[in-house]
Design a protein around this ligand. Structure first.
Ligand code: DGP
Length: 114
């Protein structure tokens, strides 16, 4: 798993602007933000995509969302709203194959995307 860029971020081997971390989850600012707040929330363990999520990690997925909720409060976007996105596979343009939840907010977004 050493070639995974997000595993390297978790390990502190490459720099990131980390905004949250605990034993199971790390969150850091996206290198290419599409909105004033754009944070990636990832499991520390390597899971490639939702398609590969083991049933035993259901709780871990829930934790990604409660971390998102906490970060949205900290970013001041809990009231104005935010979008949570998980891209899964080629048609969804998943680029990094380490499961991640995008937390995007701080501007009015188009519906359904953009
Ligand atoms: P996705 O299409 O869901 O796989 O999005 C991957 C996101 O990861 C994309 O918005 C850019 C971001 N990203 C890729 N490499 C790095 C990196 O090295 N550092 C940070 N902070 N973000 C990265």
């Amino acid at each position: 798993m050493t070639e995974c860029i997000f595993c390297k971020i978790v390990a502190g081997e490459i720099p990131s602007h980390t905004v949250y971390s605990d034993e199971t989850v790390t969150a850091f600012r996206d290198i290419n933000p599409v909105a004033p707040t754009h944070i990636l929330i990832i499991p520390n363990k390597h899971i490639e995509a939702v398609s590969d999520l083991p049933e035993e990690d259901e709780q871990l997925m829930g934790h990604l969302f409660t971390v998102a909720q906490k970060l949205a409060e900290e970013e001041g976007i809990a009231e104005s709203g935010y979008r949570l996105i998980i891209n899964n596979g080629p048609d969804a343009n998943q680029v990094v194959f380490h499961l991640h939840l995008h937390l995007i907010g701080g501007r009015k977004m188009k519906y359904p995307m953009g």
